[in-house]
Design a protein around this ligand. Structure first.
Ligand SMILES: Nc1nc2c(ncn2[C@@H]2O[C@H](COP(=O)(O)OP(=O)(O)OP(=O)(O)O)[C@@H](O)[C@H]2O)c(=O)[nH]1
Ligand SMILES: [Mg+2]
Length: 279
């Protein structure tokens, strides 16, 4: 039986832990069970029931307070994640007894974990070995996207994570409930963007230098070439938006594809009669 994992990633404060709690709550409402694994060794607060907590293996204070290590918070976090990678057996044991295996992995927010060092890729490879179907879920705060040049840099982090992990991938634009009416009106242009179009409008403004425009334009055409960067809108005050995201991710995970045929067989008396064929 395959198992299913959402790897919930994104910059610091983008709403990963909140997404996990809301997804758990939504799934309870629709009578589905999902579990959450906290993979953030620096987490101080989250309000979902936690299945596995990496802080039981190592926490960032351990790396900062250790006399021989003396890391700061960022180096400490990288150290902890590398420690986790050396101790995947621990994680494997913790995940071994779960019967209903649909798990959200709430990851730390340091961007270098996804772009510079191999630990998230190692985690994904390991989960695949443990029979998980995986979907990367990359969250970005809408306030850091709704402006063309910000959008370029946000999109590049999403793109580099996607390319690095090589798994099915969904980008989510979070905190839509905080947008002004004016921002909401222009949202569609950013959810399925043509980068060159976005930049063209913004760069009519004279405040940008020629060099800045040229750089953004070159990056934008590269992003357009991939034509892979879309965002799903997440408004936590709107249950439908959570459900839409879950459905998209389920499709990426091929969730449910193994269960349905079995249920049909269990219900039917005789598969030949059910199929409607005479012979
Ligand atoms: N209004 C609003 N606030 C949100 C939403 N999602 C998250 N927040 C707030 O944003 C802050 C950060 O949210 P978290 O869920 O902790 O973000 P995170 O990505 O887990 O942060 P790190 O683990 O520190 O990287 C908290 O104050 C949340 O309450 C949202 O959809 N709407
Ligand atoms: Mg968090």
């Amino acid at each position: 039986m395959p198992r299913y994992a959402q790897i919930v990633m994104g910059p610091a404060g983008s709403g990963k832990s909140t997404y996990c709690s809301n997804m758990v709550r939504h799934c309870e409402n629709i009578r589905r069970q999902v579990h959450v694994v906290n993979l953030d060794p620096a987490a101080e607060h989250f309000d979902y029931p936690v299945l596995v907590d990496v802080r039981e293996l190592i926490q960032v204070d351990d790396a900062m307070e250790d006399e021989s290590l003396k890391f700061g918070p960022n180096g400490g976090l990288v150290f902890c994640m590398e420690y986790l990678a050396q101790n995947f057996d621990w994680l494997h044991e913790q995940l071994d007894d779960i019967e209903d295996d649909y798990i959200l992995f709430d990851c730390p927010g340091q961007i270098e974990l996804y772009t510079h060092i191999p630990v998230m890729r190692q985690l994904v490879d390991m989960l695949q070995r443990w029979n998980f179907n995986i979907c990367g879920v990359y969250l970005i705060d809408s306030q850091f996207l709704l402006e063309a040049s910000k959008f370029v840099s946000g999109t590049l982090t999403a793109l580099s994570t996607m390319v690095n992990l090589e798994t099915p991938h969904v980008n989510v634009m979070t905190k839509l409930d905080l947008l002004t009416k004016r921002d909401k009106k222009q949202l569609d242009r950013y959810l399925e963007p043509t980068m060159q179009g976005l930049l063209y409008e913004e760069f009519e403004d004279e405040k940008f230098s020629k060099k800045f425009k040229k750089l953004n334009s070159a990056i934008a055409s590269m992003i357009d070439d991939y034509s892979l960067v879309k965002f799903l809108p997440l408004d936590m005050s709107d249950e439908d938006s959570i459900n839409d995201i879950l459905l998209q991710i389920d499709t990426c995970l091929q969730y449910g594809e193994d269960q349905e045929p079995r249920e049909m067989r269990e219900e039917g008396d005789d598969p030949d009669v059910d199929s409607g064929f005479d012979g």
